[in-house]
Design a protein around this ligand. Structure first.
Ligand code: GLC
Length: 732
């Protein structure tokens, strides 16, 4: 974060002027609190939604009458440094209080969960990562930065970069998958997209890397659950995306809820201070997750709020999200010398540096013109959302080339998810308008398809037999949109059963019994256990939750205007019982095979349903002539890829390596590069990828980075299970 000398000097002079209360105020992130306006307490209202006594729609209507506390007085007294809000008019009012009425006039940071788009919502991360395209990741993030900044939001609680290997965890949907290399490329690109367009202060926001760290390793895929692992696994798998994104300039980091090897991440000195601030050299600040500091009492590491607050600051936490613990207890902690004021000064300096870097001291307000800039989505934003959606779709199966369909084909479109525009959005999107959302049904209408829609059933509730009969009778091809509701994904949405929810499999059985071709289009936020579907449904498209342009993207792929090129950023298991399952695993002493005494399941074998990096195309590709040359500081891997099919297509060539023998067992494969090539039928491309020797090592428990001479296997191929391999003897 480059600041001028004058800016640095202003920060130092402000800190000198600040009272202890004002310093603590900067470390306090508040959310707009609901203080009433209904005949039951707000907590009761939340329970009523949770247990279904009122629907989401009813809850939304009631909330319109809610009385909200925007903390005006505390802002005026300098007791709040940041706020969660997405209302530009309110943001201007509160900024005005902070800047013109508080003693020192320090502007507020306005933060929000903008995870995959603000108003123009694009694919959820697990989908977008499957495009294997950092340029795309960067462009969509920049679009979100511009849209949200125009509404006064200057800080995104994004990107979420938790490596996740367990599909039972609902938050798999929010992150870029299981592979540290792909997650790292995604993380860096998102930071660039959010932070790097300084042509105007209206074009960039502060990123917030989350959830730091190893939250995706929650035991049994159960959200908020404990995490424990070797230090070497932490250094080799979970820390690298954060290290790289901090070095890319990320302005902030959010500590995660989980305890890690016995110490909750909100009060973990090793991860926060030793690794993040000292080793990775974070320039910005660390914020807790919502209520994370208070939850250290539940964890059993702090006896009360005050102790939790004291532990957090001493571990390197700079800002408290939502508990008010810093506001209430830090002054006494300083007086009792349990927290040094210098720790506060460090926290405040980090926070003020981000505010200064954002230009908030000079431009704290949003102009009338700016705040309405995106009231109507610009064409280029819609086109970018469509591009991202198309590139995220994965063709999982296409028996007898049922797909693509002809426009004139008489289609029965089946499944309630097909006609629900809200369901295209995915978890963690909160600033969109339903009229901007294109459902699958609307997408087929826009494409001029010849179809009739039959709800028949969906993720909840039963099946409508009469509609199923009609669908079977009328259509020549049946397109069944099945999957998960958005509410079944994201935070607090872990599932023990990750097969198609409700009676959707039964629906597919009924449709298949007709003998007519059935195409399943999936709308989901996690890898699902689709072994039965893979065995029975002739064509399967993974559509994820693709954002506002989902319907048009799906139609474009269904009718062949787009040849699907998406790949899986997460392994798909055959069954939940295989989770966690991921490609870059150690070999074990008895690697899984057909024989009994090997690492496998009696009822599910050892292989996943679909491997990491997997995805089909309407064409086919062949790989030939792999060669690997060693140079003093790198390997150069070359392979010829040919389009052996009849239509143009894009292949994502993946480069993996394996350190066959090392002082710590190493994964059987590690992704080290990828390149997309678009080829016409019959065309061949020579794909060359370099692997720096410095990237071929690994960390031990003491974080010594080891480069050990020996045999390495280099793979280039279509996914983690399919490709060519060459062994090379490497010396470092
Ligand atoms: C949530 C999430 C975090 C989010 C925060 C603020 O609990 O864990 O990802 O940014 O609260 O909404």
């Amino acid at each position: 974060m480059m600041l001028s000398k004058q800016q640095e000097a202003k920060i130092q002079s402000l800190i000198k002027e600040m009272t202890l209360e004002e310093k603590i105020g900067q470390m306090n992130l508040a959310s707009v609190s609901i203080v009433g306006g209904f005949d039951v307490p707000f907590e009761e209202l939340i329970e009523m939604v949770g247990d279904g006594r009122i629907s989401n729609e009813e809850f939304g209507k009631i909330m319109q009458s809610a009385e909200q506390d925007f903390h005006e007085d505390e802002i005026r007294e300098g007791k709040i440094g940041a706020l969660m809000l997405q209302d530009p008019i309110k943001a201007n009012k509160l900024q005005k209080i902070a800047v013109e009425e508080s003693r020192l006039g320090i502007p507020l940071l306005i933060g929000l969960d903008v995870i995959h788009g603000f108003k123009t919502v694009y694919p959820i991360a697990i989908a977008e990562a499957g495009a294997f395209e950092p340029e795309l990741f960067e462009k969509t993030a920049r679009m979100a930065a511009k849209e949200s900044r125009s509404k006064g939001v200057t800080w995104h609680f994004a990107p979420m970069i938790d490596v996740a290997r367990d599909a039972r965890w609902g938050r798999v949907s929010e992150g870029p998958g299981e592979d540290p290399f792909l997650v790292t490329e995604f993380a860096k690109a998102k930071v660039r997209g959010l932070q790097n367009d300084h042509t105007s202060t209206e074009h960039y926001v502060a990123a917030c890397l989350k959830h730091y760290v190893a939250y995706g390793a929650c035991e049994a895929g159960r959200d908020y659950n404990t995490t424990s692992m070797s230090r070497s696994l932490l250094h080799n798998t979970y820390l690298p995306p954060f290290e790289a994104a901090v070095k890319e300039g990320a302005a902030s980091v959010m500590a995660s809820f989980n305890d890690l090897n016995g110490i909750p991440c909100s009060v973990n000195q090793f991860t926060l201070r030793t690794m993040l601030k000292e080793t990775f050299d974070l320039d910005g600040f660390v914020v807790s997750d919502a209520n994370g500091i208070r939850e250290c009492v539940n964890h059993g590491i702090a006896s009360d709020d005050a102790e939790a607050g004291q532990q957090a600051v001493n571990a390197g936490m700079d800002m408290d999200m939502g508990t008010g613990i810093f506001s209430k207890h830090l002054k006494d902690c300083v007086k009792a010398e349990k927290v040094s004021e210098s720790a506060m000064d460090e926290a405040v300096e980090r926070i003020l540096r981000v505010k200064m870097w954002l230009g908030l001291f000079d431009n704290p307000y949003v102009s009338e013109e700016t705040m309405h800039r995106y009231d109507v989505l610009p064409k280029e934003n819609i086109e970018l959302a469509l591009e991202a959606a198309k590139k995220s779709i994965v063709l999982l199966k296409n028996e007898n080339e049922i797909l693509p369909l002809k426009k004139e084909t008489k289609i029965s479109l089946v499944g309630t998810l097909a006609d629900n525009p809200e369901e295209v959005i995915g978890a963690w999107a909160m600033s969109w308008n339903i009229e901007d959302c294109v459902s699958v049904k609307q997408g087929l209408e826009h494409a001029g398809a010849n179809f009739t829609y039959y709800p028949c059933g969906g993720p909840e509730g039963g099946l409508n037999e009469a509609e199923i009969q009609d669908a079977i009778r009328e259509g020549d091809v049946i397109v069944a949109v099945v999957g998960e509701l958005v509410s079944m994904t994201g935070e607090a949405a872990s599932k023990a059963d990750i097969s198609l929810p409700g009676e959707q499999r039964k629906l597919l059985e009924r449709l298949l019994a007709s003998g007519k071709p059935v195409v399943a289009v999936l709308m989901n936020g996690r890898p699902l256990a689709l072994e039965w579907e893979q065995g029975h449904v002739p064509a399967i498209l993974e559509g994820w939750h693709l954002g506002v342009q989902m319907g048009n993207a799906i139609a474009s792929v269904l009718f062949g205007e787009t040849n699907p090129s998406g790949r899986l950023a997460s392994t798909f298991p055959k069954a939940a019982g295989q989770c966690p399952i991921y490609y870059n695993h150690p070999n074990t002493g008895r690697p899984g095979s057909k024989s009994k005494f090997t690492s496998r399941y009696l009822d599910a074998g050892f292989e996943p349903l679909y491997p990491f990096g997997y995805g089909l195309s309407y064409t086919t590709f062949s790989y030939r002539d792999l060669s690997v040359k060693e140079e003093p500081d790198r390997l150069i891997a070359t392979v010829n890829v040919t389009n052996t099919g009849t239509v143009e297509g894009t292949e994502t060539v993946q480069l993996y390596m394996r350190d066959v023998t090392a002082s710590i067992v190493r994964p059987i494969k590690e992704l080290k590069g990828f390149q997309k090539v678009t080829l016409k039928p019959g065309e061949t491309a020579k794909v060359v990828m370099e692997l720096a020797k410095s990237q071929m090592g690994f960390y031990d428990d003491e974080r010594n980075y080891r480069l050990e001479d020996g045999i390495f296997q280099i793979f280039m191929g279509a996914n983690a299970r399919k490709g060519m391999m060459q062994e090379v003897e490497v010396t470092f």
